[in-house]
Design a protein around this ligand. Structure first.
Ligand SMILES: *Cc1c(COP(=O)(O)O)cnc(C)c1O
Length: 420
């Protein structure tokens, strides 16, 4: 790319951006004077699409109008509401519809999936996790080990960056599997690491794990709507994600999960069940022997919260219109531009730890700050930049292709420069 440092370059790029109209379809937070903030925090909580209110209001209206009959008579009948989300969600993660369902929240789904895919024996029971995994994932995995009667410390193997390095090397995971594969039964890894922004090669991980008879599960909280993980082709056994980060579906909204087609018809898999995992055609007979649904839907438990799903539907409709290809195209340019401008800064105060290769990252760049100077992040916030600080020393910035502009990136770096 022929990036340039001048303001006119950013303005030109925004002018030529085929996705530029989407920014207007989001509520951009403002400061007290009503000036738009530079929002680079879509990796933590995505912004609200303007259509979301309409989608939720539709359900409130139908509830008011129909009461319980909304299950069948609402404009989008509640009984099958989750099915309206499946196709688009499947496309976003590169899966078949039978492999995907929207339900519960992320950590809950990780547990439900481990109930099925973490089946330890006395000798093959260890779980591999990346060393800087998101804390919730670590707690979930530790509690699964304990639940099965293992010592959490002893049962966990960390895949770590080498001494003096920040990123994970896949050869090191392969080495761990080579040496301890007989004791390992599950790989539970973040597809895009929340801290460094590193995007792992899922296919290679699945191949390495399967060669040692391990199940492979991926947390895609930072991947979904950001990169195209091609879950089906990757061959991983299962994955889970939330929808309030890059999928803009609102705080605490429902998550999604993927179970590979190869497990779709395996009714013998251990699992926790509820009436929503039961065969739809006999679900309301209420007296049946349990008959599990095939595919990812078979992991559902409860009838889902429609108001939250309405917000997801609004967001997915936007994603469906744009498509992941165009989003990724712009994303690479936009994040490349941010990287270019940061690299032009002559300072040793900051250092990007996210991989340089576009195939090994999404839109987020993690900026390591010298001497863990948290004040820099405070000052950025004061100057209208919304980013986040992650202990011990990283500012994460994520220019999101749906609503961020080249001008956002330009202005962010201008402010950063003035503060350094
Ligand atoms: C955001 C995030 C979570 C949050 O989990 P919830 O159950 O949705 O609260 C968990 N894991 C990772 C990797 C995340 O990025």
């Amino acid at each position: 790319m022929n990036y340039k440092q001048e303001l006119t370059y950013a303005e030109d790029q925004d002018g030529q951006d085929e996705l530029k109209s989407y920014r207007q379809q989001f509520h951009i937070p403002t400061d007290k004077e009503g000036k738009e903030l530079i929002y680079l925090c879509g990796n933590s909580l995505g912004l609200q699409p303007k259509i979301t209110k309409e989608y939720i209001n539709q359900e409130l209206d139908d509830w008011a109008k129909f009461g319980v009959k909304g299950h069948t008579d609402a404009k989008t009948p509640w009984l099958s509401y989750h099915e309206f989300l499946t196709n688009t969600m499947a496309k976003i993660v590169g899966a078949k519809p039978i492999e995907v369902v929207v339900m519960n929240t992320l950590t809950t789904n990780l547990h439900l999936l481990m109930v099925s895919f973490y089946r330890p024996t006395k000798t093959k029971y260890k779980i591999v996790l990346e060393s800087d995994a998101f804390p919730s994932d670590k707690y979930a995995v530790e509690s699964q080990l304990k639940h099965h009667g293992f010592d959490a410390k002893e049962g966990l193997i960390f895949w770590k960056p080498r001494k003096g390095e920040k990123l994970l090397r896949i050869e090191d995971l392969e080495q761990i599997l080579e040496e301890q594969g007989n004791e390992i039964t599950l790989l539970m890894l973040g597809g895009v690491n929340y801290y460094t922004g590193q995007y792992l090669d899922l296919k290679r991980i699945a191949t390495a794990g399967h060669a040692k008879n391990c199940m492979v599960g991926i947390d895609l909280a930072h991947g979904v709507g950001n990169i195209q993980p091609n879950l089906h082709n990757s061959g991983v056994d299962f994955a889970a994600w939330c929808t309030y980060k890059y999928l803009n579906s609102g705080p605490g909204s429902l998550g999604g999960l993927f179970v590979h087609e190869k497990h779709a018809n395996n009714k013998k898999l251990n699992r926790f069940s509820g009436w929503w995992s039961h065969n739809k055609s006999t679900r309301f007979n209420m007296r049946q022997e349990f008959d599990v649904l095939v595919g990812a839907e078979g992991w559902q438990l409860s009838n889902p919260p429609i108001l939250s799903m309405a917000a997801i539907r609004a967001s997915l409709d936007l994603f469906h219109k744009v498509g992941m290809d165009k989003l990724q195209n712009k994303s690479r340019k936009l994040t490349g531009y941010l990287e270019f401008l940061l690299n032009k800064m002559t300072t040793d105060k900051i250092n990007i730890i996210t991989p340089k290769e576009t195939k090994s990252r999404g839109c987020q760049l993690s900026i390591q700050v010298k001497d863990s100077d948290k004040n820099l992040h405070k000052q950025l916030t004061k100057h209208g930049v919304i980013s986040d600080w992650r202990e011990p020393n990283v500012i994460r910035v994520a220019p999101v292709p749906l609503y961020n502009s080249f001008l956002d990136v330009y202005n962010f770096v201008k402010i950063l420069k003035s503060l350094i």
